[in-house]
Structures are given as structure tokens and as C-alpha cells.
Design a protein around this ligand. Structure first.
Ligand code: PEP
Length: 253
């Protein structure tokens, strides 16, 4: 059975003290009211080791928002997958549209990052999604299928078992404009088909596919009710405990 997951992406928000306060509040909220899904928070690098001390032994998983495409060495300012792992984190987000658009992350670079993350025992939350012009031109399946093929199709079945996919239509990220539940379902079904074609039906059935893009407590239940939507990758609404918890609770009856 594939996992239901709600993952937060803090992006470049919250200083260390604010991050510690949010993780502590979330830990208390989820201890008082157990979630029906896996919960992950992905934080800036500088928060990881401290937040790991808060989330350890709880239901909350911890991830980074990126890692380097090099193993180690003279790459000033970069953070390697091994370094992420050594903080106690278990996940890393890769391929986020902001990294692709603002930092020139190409499919080749992402391939390196995915390989290094998996080699270091991290689970990868791999983001894919089309921009508005591509959707308006009806090219969303072609774009998303290409992103999957370009960065993930060389993985072995064993490696692919540690991939979580996040479909994030770029036009819905941080814009307040959510894809409809039907648009999300159509794309998730398509993605599952692409995965079945490369890795087989069992892998497609087992891979969790999260939706991301202006997901909030008020729309999460409807989106999560779709058969191929296994949860969400949450940006803005992950920065307030009550909002993030509201989305986690969307998995409850
Ligand atoms: C994201 O950036 O991964 C995201 C989904 O952001 P938001 O929820 O703010 O649209």
C-alpha cells in the first residue's frame, strides 16, 4: 500500500528560533492528535540538525529542500547529500520548480542529485510540473512525462522505491490559484501510467504522488479525496502550525 504523506516545504522562511518554535508546536499538536498520514517537514539546511533533535522519536519526518550535485570537496556554500543525512534528516526535496527556474537546475544536474541523495540513504521528494503557457498549450502531459523520463528513468527498481513524486503545476505555486481536484487527478493518473510503463504496475501502485500548489485546509480534503492523490507538498500553509495541521487532518474522516 502506498503511503499518504503531507510534507511541508518551508523554503527560505523562518529564522532558526522561529523554525524551532514551529517544529515544537507541531510536535505537540501531533502528539495530542495522531495523524492518519506520514508527516514530513523540509527546512532550510541551517535548521536541520536542531530540528532533528525535536522531531526524533516523533511521527514527524525531516527533510532538506535541496542538496548538492557533487559528492564533496571544494564547492563553497554547497551542502552534500551526506551532510544532509548526517543531521538526522531522512528526506530531500529535489527538482522544485524554484530550483529549476532560478538556479538553472537541468535534468542532468537533477539526475546527479537524485543519485547522490539515494546513495546516502535519503528518500527523494521529486517535483515535476508544467508552467502556465505549457498548460494553456495543452502540453502538460508531454512536459511532466519528459521531466520524469529525463531525471528518473535511469534508476533501478530498488532506487525508485525511495522516490516520492510531487506534482506541482508551477502556475499554482504560491499564487493562491489551486488546480482543481479533477486537474490534479488527471495528471496524477497520467504520472502513474508513465511510471507503470517504465517501472511496472507494482511500482506505479506503490509510489506516493503528492499534489502541491496553494493547498490549504479549505481545499485539501477535496484534492486528497481523488484516487491517485496521496497527499500534498505544502509551501505557504506549512508555515503556520494550525494551517499545516488542518491539511494533515484532511486525511481524517
Ligand atoms: C511549493 O512550493 O512546494 C508549494 C506547494 O507552495 P505553495 O503551497 O505555497 O503554493
Amino acid at each position: 500500500m502506498r503511503k499518504k504523506i503531507v510534507a511541508g516545504n518551508w523554503k527560505m522562511n523562518l529564522n532558526l528560533q522561529e523554525g524551532v518554535a514551529l517544529a515544537t508546536e507541531l510536535k505537540a499538536a501531533l502528539a495530542a492528535d495522531k495523524p492518519n498520514c506520514d508527516v514530513v517537514i523540509c527546512t532550510p539546511f541551517i535548521h536541520l540538525a536542531t530540528v532533528a533533535g525535536i522531531t526524533e522519536g516523533t511521527v514527524i519526518g525531516l527533510g532538506a529542500e535541496n542538496c548538492a550535485d557533487k559528492e564533496k570537496g571544494a564547492y563553497t556554500g554547497e551542502v552534500s547529500a551526506a551532510q544532509v543525512k548526517s543531521t538526522g534528516a531522512q528526506y530531500v526535496i529535489l527538482g522544485h520548480s524554484e530550483r529549476r527556474a532560478y538556479y538553472g537546475e537541468t535534468p542532468e544536474i537533477l539526475k546527479e542529485k537524485v543519485n547522490l541523495a539515494l546513495a546516502n540513504g535519503l528518500k527523494v521528494i521529486f517535483c515535476i510540473g508544467e508552467v502556465l503557457e505549457e498548460r494553456e498549450a495543452g502540453k502538460q502531459n508531454e512536459v511532466v512525462g519528459g521531466q520524469l523520463a529525463d531525471s528518473l528513468f535511469d534508476l533501478t527498481d530498488e532506487q525508485f522505491a525511495n522516490i516520492i513524486l510531487a506534482y506541482e503545476p508551477v502556475w499554482a505555486i504560491g499564487t493562491g490559484k489551486t488546480a482543481t481536484a479533477e486537474q490534479a487527478q488527471d495528471m496524477h493518473e497520467f504520472i502513474r501510467g508513465v511510471i507503470a510503463g517504465r517501472f511496472g504496475e507494482a511500482a506505479a501502485e506503490n509510489v506516493s504522488i503528492l499534489y502541491g500548489g496553494s493547498c490549504k485546509p479549505s481545499n485539501a480534503k477535496e484534492i486528497f479525496s481523488k484516487p491517485d492523490v496521496d497527499g500534498g507538498l505544502i509551501g505557504g500553509a506549512a508555515l503556520k502550525c494550525a494551517d499545516f495541521k488542518g491539511i494533515i487532518d484532511a486525511w481524517k474522516d
